[in-house]
Design a protein around this ligand. Structure first.
Ligand SMILES: [Zn+2]
Ligand SMILES: [Zn+2]
Length: 163
């Protein structure tokens, strides 16, 4: 399984190349938004990105951040991904990948899996031409599993103390 983190710097460089090739000026705001997005592996909402950017650029407005994200989406720098039961999430990973969604904390992680890339598509008979697609797997993340395990352990030890 791969996550965003180790690729953040590499991705920032390819972002700059991408902008130069399209004559899109790499403004301080655009760079900060991209950096915030690439640094996180949890597919943040626009508001979460805004909060991150604000720690670096305290003057930045929410509207600016939203506008930058819109531009990114249009140019294919970032994509908005659907998250079951929540607002749009943003993703700086433009390579084909799938997602692991935690039903407890809502965290959404990338999953690169060649076997999932080769999933057979429904036949044309269903009357729908598939352009692209990715797999969303719902489950419980390791952090939430650890938290549940230690919660169980402390309940058990409290019960033992009473005995
Ligand atoms: Zn979780
Ligand atoms: Zn993703």
């Amino acid at each position: 399984m791969r996550t965003h983190q180790p690729f953040a710097r590499e991705r920032l460089r390819s972002f700059e190349r991408f902008c130069r090739a399209r004559r899109l000026p790499v403004t301080v705001q655009r760079r900060a938004v991209f950096e915030a997005l690439a640094a996180r592996g949890d597919h943040p909402t626009a508001d979460q990105i805004y909060e991150d950017v604000r720690t670096k650029l305290p003057e930045v407005s929410r509207t600016t951040v939203y506008r930058v994200l819109e531009t990114f989406g249009r140019l294919g720098v970032a994509q908005s991904v659907c998250h079951p039961g929540s607002s749009a999430r943003y993703d700086a990973n433009m390579e084909r990948h799938h997602h692991l969604v935690c039903v407890r904390c809502g965290k959404m992680r990338d999953l690169a899996d060649a076997a999932l890339d080769r999933i057979p598509l429904p036949s044309r008979r269903c009357g729908f031409r598939v352009l692209d697609g990715s797999v969303y797997l719902r489950g419980v993340c390791s952090e939430c599993r650890d938290a549940e395990r230690s919660a169980r352990r402390s309940t058990r030890s409290r019960a033992e103390e009473k005995r």
